[in-house]
Design a protein. Structure first.
Length: 652
């Protein structure tokens, strides 16, 4: 026991040295993020569809990555412990490998994948609107004849419900090109040697459409009819309305292209945008398409080993991955904050350089978010350093948290104004219900959340969430000095109390999942002055203690997202989830519980563990479908938790 403080000190110093060695010359940390195989698969097919013959080496690297990710049964998964495999992920990877031309259909690996797809019901059983849209664009899945999202939706005024801006920002980024593709019924015209997936059993009706979810959409035909009636009020002929709708959708895409060429800084929406531009008769050689491809290439990142400590060097074959976005602003804010929590002074060159970088990344122009805010003032931060128009609450509070401590050192005189603008932006994002969303306030339409598309509640809307609300409260309490005496803070805490689960946990939308949400809620409530004896805090503590593993750590499966209940990770604890649970318990208790001591011992041990749990994704992009492994998480969150442990209990 007496050796634990020394082990904690050594772990903190090791984490600090690792992070200091990774800082880029511009002051940022570009640690990267790994998502599933979707983006790698999509990029392979895109390069083939554009006939880019100079990208063979890149295609070969991405092909090798897909093959490396294949399971023994032939399937691909969204996360390691996903039982059996994921049909949509397998179809995407299988299709990309065929289009690459570098793997023969007769290869045993391809045959195993084909058997898995057929055993799951074939292409007709794929899930996810994005997968279906891509397969339809590639010509392997029919555009539904019975339903379409008309481009004319772009013409409806914002006073009409639903209208285009009722959708979340990430839904709009993807919906816009999909509307163009669906309206044009666009399909790539492949050559004679293109792969044929017709043997993967797509059940069809006599009209040729897919029999997958027609019945589920029946209750929503009334909504579509209302939209059609709204369009008729525009007094436009149908063809003219369609032309204007396509024109408006095209303009929306072009106006939301980031300087690097990507649409809204997402790879997934950029793939769709390129195909939508082709559907609008743009040449594959058009500058906007070439710039978009270059932007996608800029998202390619080498994949480090499981622990996050030792990146595989040299960009060898199979080592490259197409990130759906880069996490540079997020990583930089988190790393700088964690280092300061560990005792690195604000005047340290690394902290000063990071602060300068973050100041340069603060947004200075109004984005779509301003439509739902009275007297909008730009001042937020986005997730990626290529993001200039789409700030979010989590990145903004993370950036403000680290700048708050740097300001005390009398640094850059711009700091005070930047913090003031950022604080104003965070407060302006609070929803009417008292909680905080990710990107925009008021995007919580119950109607859109119930659309019968898998993940619609998370993709189509941007409601208040426990994790964003908790982290906003943590910043507002710890750095802005606001407490429960402030009405906005009380409303936020009231919202969290009302949203607590029966078992004492909170669901975290942007991480995995109940451990994450509970940590964010507890630390946020404590930061604004909630009593440790508050019933909600005590119930949360009970949840965390009950979720602790025998070995002292915490580990939660992505299955929690799908089953909407806490599911422990069978393989063991993870560094980030153990750190989250510990940080919440430390925030509540003045003295270290035995469970905290056991958790700290487990966390120190987990930092040296080299197995699949060390590479487990603990970030969530789209619940039940898209998970993220942030390479910073196994470094940042343990450093934060261990630093708080030392300081809280007088060990620093």
């Amino acid at each position: 026991m007496h050796e634990l403080p020394t082990r904690v000190d050594n772990a903190v110093q090791s984490l600090l040295q690792t992070l200091l060695s990774r800082q880029s010359a511009d002051g940022s940390w570009r640690l990267g993020v790994e998502n599933g195989v979707m983006t790698d698969a999509y990029f392979i097919v895109l390069l083939r569809s554009l006939n880019r013959n100079d990208d063979e080496k890149l295609i070969a690297d991405l092909v090798q990555r897909l093959l490396d990710k294949q399971n023994a049964n032939g399937a691909w998964t969204w996360y390691t412990d996903e039982a059996g495999g994921h049909l949509s992920a397998t179809v995407e990877a299988y299709c990309a490998l065929l289009h690459s031309g570098m793997v023969r259909p007769s290869d045993e690996r391809m045959q195993r994948a084909k058997r898995f797809i057929l055993a799951q019901g074939g292409l007709g059983q794929v899930s996810g609107a994005l997968t279906k849209a891509m397969l339809a664009t590639w010509g392997h899945y029919p555009w539904p004849a019975w339903f379409r999202i008309p481009a004319e939706l772009m013409l409806l005024p914002e006073s009409f419900t639903p209208n285009f801006y009722d959708f979340s920002v990430y839904a709009r980024a993807h919906l816009t090109p999909v509307m163009i593709l669906m309206t044009r019924r666009y399909t790539i015209q492949w050559g004679a040697d293109a792969p044929d997936l017709s043997d993967l059993s797509v059940p069809r009706t006599s009209s040729g459409s897919v029999q997958d979810d027609r019945a589920d959409w029946a209750p929503y035909r009334g909504i579509l009819e209302d939209a059609i009636q709204g369009l008729k009020k525009l007094a436009l002929l149908p063809q003219e309305a369609k032309r204007l709708g396509l024109q408006r959708a095209e303009r929306f895409m072009l106006e939301h292209i980031e300087p690097d060429g990507t649409l809204y800084s997402y790879a997934s929406s950029t793939f769709l945008m390129i195909y939508a531009l082709l559907a609008l008769d743009y040449s594959p050689d058009a500058p906007v398409i070439q710039q978009a491809v270059a932007g996608l290439k800029s998202l390619i990142h080498p994949v480090p080993r499981a622990s996050g400590f030792e990146p595989v060097g040299g960009g060898g074959q199979g080592n490259l991955h197409v990130q759906n976005f880069n996490s540079t602003v997020w990583d930089t804010a988190l790393v700088s904050y964690a280092m300061q929590e560990a005792g690195v002074p604000p005047k340290h060159p690394a902290i000063q350089h990071a602060a300068g970088y973050l100041l340069r990344r603060q947004h200075t122009r109004l984005g779509d978010w301003s439509r739902s805010v009275r007297h909008p003032v730009p001042g937020g931060w986005g997730f990626s350093d290529i993001n200039t128009m789409n700030p979010d609450v989590d990145d903004t509070t993370a950036a403000l948290r680290t700048l708050h401590y740097v300001r005390s050192s009398g640094a850059d005189p711009r700091m005070r104004e930047a913090i003031s603008r950022g604080l104003h932006w965070v407060l302006s994002m609070q929803n009417a219900d008292g909680g905080w969303p990710a990107f925009e306030r008021g995007k919580d339409s119950a109607l859109l959340a119930k659309v019968p598309i898998e993940g619609a509640a998370s993709a189509a809307t941007d409601p208040s969430t426990a994790d964003l609300t908790g982290r906003a409260l943590d910043y507002l309490g710890a750095c802005a000095g606001l407490t429960l005496r402030h009405p906005l803070i009380q409303r936020g805490v009231d919202w969290l109390v009302a949203k607590q689960e029966r078992d004492g946990s909170w669901y975290g939308r942007w991480g995995v999942c109940y451990v994450y949400g509970t940590w964010a809620a507890v630390t946020g409530m404590m930061a604004v002055g909630t009593s440790p004896s508050h019933p909600s805090i005590q119930r949360a503590v009970s949840f965390l203690l009950n979720a602790q593993r025998v070995d002292g750590g915490w580990g939660e499966s992505c299955r929690s997202d799908q089953l909407h209940a806490y599911i422990p990770l069978a393989g063991g604890g993870t560094p980030s989830q153990t750190a989250w649970a510990l940080d919440a318990l430390i925030a509540v208790h003045d003295e270290p519980l035995p469970a905290i001591t056991r958790g700290v011992e487990a966390l120190v041990a987990l930092l040296h563990r080299q197995d699949w749990t060390a590479a487990y994704p603990t970030g969530a992009g789209l619940p039940s479908a898209f998970y993220n492994r942030y390479f910073s998480y196994n470094l940042v969150w343990p450093l934060v938790a261990l630093s708080h442990y030392r300081r809280r209990y007088g060990l620093a």
